[in-house]
Design a protein around this ligand. Structure first.
Ligand code: NPQ
Ligand code: MG
Length: 368
């Protein structure tokens, strides 16, 4: 495909309610969107980097700068590109996986739209709907948490994920288990603990959790293997898995039992598929994580989660979990605990241009 231009657009979307985790509270999203313009089709990509480098080292302003200064010039100089080329062409630029992933996503979407092929087919999807889990933030009080979880249970979510941190862990889990019985339940610490907390975290073993997600810092991969000697609840890694190679390494040292796959975190949907294949080969279940995506990333994630390696409900909730209104004409909705896998070429989404223009804060166009 002849890549003629790449447009970078920033949009501001308020969250329906503050989302508090161990690394901070988010009340609105500043999202960087990528539009790849080729001779025959256009494609959209979404960068999952947050406003501040608190979840990982990337942040939205930095991602835009790296795209404009280092990534787009390399790609546009190429002229003819296909999605499979993007990672190789951008590999000389170290890191910045969320920025690279957004660019690859836009090129892949254009390519698939041109070819009339669906994202689902490209991701190896074998089903047309996937089970939906929801991520529940840290609250000020237990009654507030139980009310929120009641709301999600009533909506039909099949799995609840509770954000935890020191001082908000055993009690919230006990209260939710006590109130909602044998509901599918897991926790996410976003790296908030150390090995010294092993005995404390082992108290969670009493609650029959599916998994405990990223208890220790991103780089402390081996320490998770040590933690697994004390904590019997399966260990899931999120922040630590940045590529198929890092995933294999974590598996081989016994640091991970379940993998949270986030395409943005690993440099793109093509690498995410490789991670799914690697985990399937090692009989390690994977599930699709969420980064509060708009309808673009949410559609792509639903398609990825329909790949048979994805054996647990993902954080692919209805758009309404986070947003009053989405930037696509058919936002992802919940249907008896499941979300549908979009059909149609590419992402299978249609941009709501009027609303997109309304929430746009900047647009820059880059040509060869
Ligand atoms: C996680 N996602 O699994 C991340 C953390 C997270 C759904 O819990 C803006 C963008 C705010 C991405 C807050 C979920 C975010 C964000 C939290 C990701 O660790
Ligand atoms: Mg996580």
């Amino acid at each position: 495909m002849k890549l003629e231009a790449i447009e970078l657009r920033r949009i501001a979307l308020p969250l329906v309610s503050p989302f508090r985790t161990s690394f901070g509270t988010q009340t609105e999203r500043d999202v960087l969107l990528v539009r790849a313009v080729t001779s025959d089709a256009e494609g959209w990509g979404e960068c999952v980097a947050l406003l501040e480098p608190m979840y990982s080292s990337e942040y939205v302003e930095g991602a835009q700068h790296v795209m404009e200064r280092f990534l787009l010039p390399r790609l546009l100089a190429q002229g003819d590109v296909t999605a499979i080329d993007v990672a190789r062409l951008l590999a000389p630029v170290q890191g910045h996986r969320m920025a690279k992933a957004a660019v690859e996503m836009a090129v892949l979407d254009a390519e698939l739209r041109l070819a009339g092929r669906s994202w689902a087919r490209e991701m190896g999807a074998v089903i047309d709907r996937v089970p939906s889990g929801v991520s529940v933030g840290i609250m000020d009080t237990l009654p507030q948490l139980l009310d929120a979880v009641q709301g999600y249970v009533d909506e039909g979510y099949v799995r609840i994920k509770l954000k935890i941190e020191p001082g908000w862990d055993i009690q919230p889990v006990a209260a939710v288990r006590e109130r909602f019985g044998d509901i599918a339940l897991q926790v996410d610490a976003n790296t908030a603990y150390t090995l010294a907390d092993a005995q404390h975290l082992a108290q969670l073993d009493a609650f029959g959790l599916l998994l405990i997600e990223q208890p220790l810092p991103e780089e402390h991969v081996r320490a998770h293997a040590e933690l697994a000697r004390t904590v019997k609840t399966p260990i899931c890694l999120d922040e630590s898995i940045v590529s198929a190679q890092s995933c294999v390494d974590a598996i081989l040292i016994g640091a991970v039992h379940i993998v949270n796959v986030k395409p943005g975190r690993v440099g793109g949907y093509l690498e995410a598929r490789r991670i799914a294949d690697v985990c399937a080969a090692h009989d390690i279940p994977v599930w699709c994580g969420g980064m509060l995506e708009t309808g673009l990333g949410r559609a792509a994630n639903a398609a990825l989660a329909a790949n048979p390696a994805f054996r647990l409900p993902g954080d692919i909730s209805a758009a309404s979990r986070f947003y009053e209104r989405d930037i696509v004409t058919q936002p992802i909705t919940l249907d008896e605990g499941y979300v549908r896998v979009p059909e149609g070429p590419g992402l299978g989404t249609v941009i709501d241009q009027a609303f997109l223009d309304q929430v746009t804060t900047s647009v820059t166009t880059h040509r060869a």
